[in-house]
Write a protein that binds this ligand. Sequence first.
Ligand code: NAP
Ligand code: ZN
Length: 347
Amino acid sequence: MRVNAYAAPAAGEPLAPTVIERREVGPNDVLIDIEFAGICHSDIHTVNGDWGPQPFPVVPGHEIVGIVAEVGTDVERHQVGDRVGVGCMVNSCGECVNCRNGDEQYCVKGMVPTYAGTDRDGSTTQGGYSTRVVVDADYVLRIPASLDPAAATPLLCAGITTYAPLRKWGAGPGTKVAIVGLGGLGHVAVKIAHALGAEVTVLSQSLKKQEDGLRLGADHYYATSDPDTFTELANRFDLILNTVSARIDVDAYLGLLAVDGTLVNVGAPPEPLSLDVFSLIGRRRSFAGSMIGGIALTQEMLDFCAEHDFAADVEVIPVDYVNEAYERVLASDVRYRFVIDTATLAG
Ligand code: NAP
Ligand code: ZN
């Protein structure tokens, strides 16, 4: 099955139209007519070669929403006409301890990423900047009917990547949570942390987006360019979620944690981060990382967002705007997620 797509031909090259092959629908597969594909900063890291060599050409896109067009003979959980989503992984072994615990993203044999990964049949996966995709039904999520489909799209990565650590480290009533970076992940994190009942503070480079941050659900908003921020907020937070795509001064942020507080890094800059252990031991603090989230938790997150009546704030774009959108994301000029209308790929 040949479908239209947008691909990066080589590291750092602009994305351009192409045609790719999708596999035939197998017994446990779902064919999805893609409606929307979100632009995650991870797409940009990948095609720019920040994270090492990639199997070019790469069709990015791991925030996918669309309509089921066909299901395999063994598929029971999805039906033709359903609105569904696909996130960052399209397969895993299903048998290892992590898969059995619902942490498929940490599959011992390696989960299959939605693009630039090796599928179980040996082919290279290609992502959502395309018109159709075939995915194993177990990795396909239900999109609640009450959510706007374009706005729901970023939840498939930005939503689960922030929901998972906020839940794991107990964000809720009585906890003080800081979100570092108000971009794609950060703005969804603010909404989720607020909906969970936490007291939410945004730590952004400047105060330019303060009004938005407060509207999204933050209780406080500070500029990290102002050194007073780090003295005023010292020892304040139970949990800090760092969503920044570049290096940060880890010690400065650890200094904002209370006793037993945790700084969870979800931002994935190419360069190593370093820290002074005294930033940890003086107050029994932790520095942690977290990668997306399991399939069951992703469904829980989608249902949670629907129940609390929110999704992402998106700017819907035609596919030929994608290279400009990348530039704007790199300039922190995104409010707050670009989503490609894949109807603009048809024809
Ligand atoms: P994004 O929309 O570009 O947001 C990142 C935000 O970080 C920016 O909006 C900006 O916020 C802040 N920032 C950017 N450069 C900065 C710098 N030099 N210094 C300080 N702050 C800076 O990106 P995203 O899509 O949310 O992704 C964020 C990171 O998470 C990326 O590295 C991505 O690869 C990673 N990620 C990880 C996972 C995971 O599973 N762990 C999943 C998805 C994405 P302000 O303007 O408010 O300062
Ligand atoms: Zn992502």
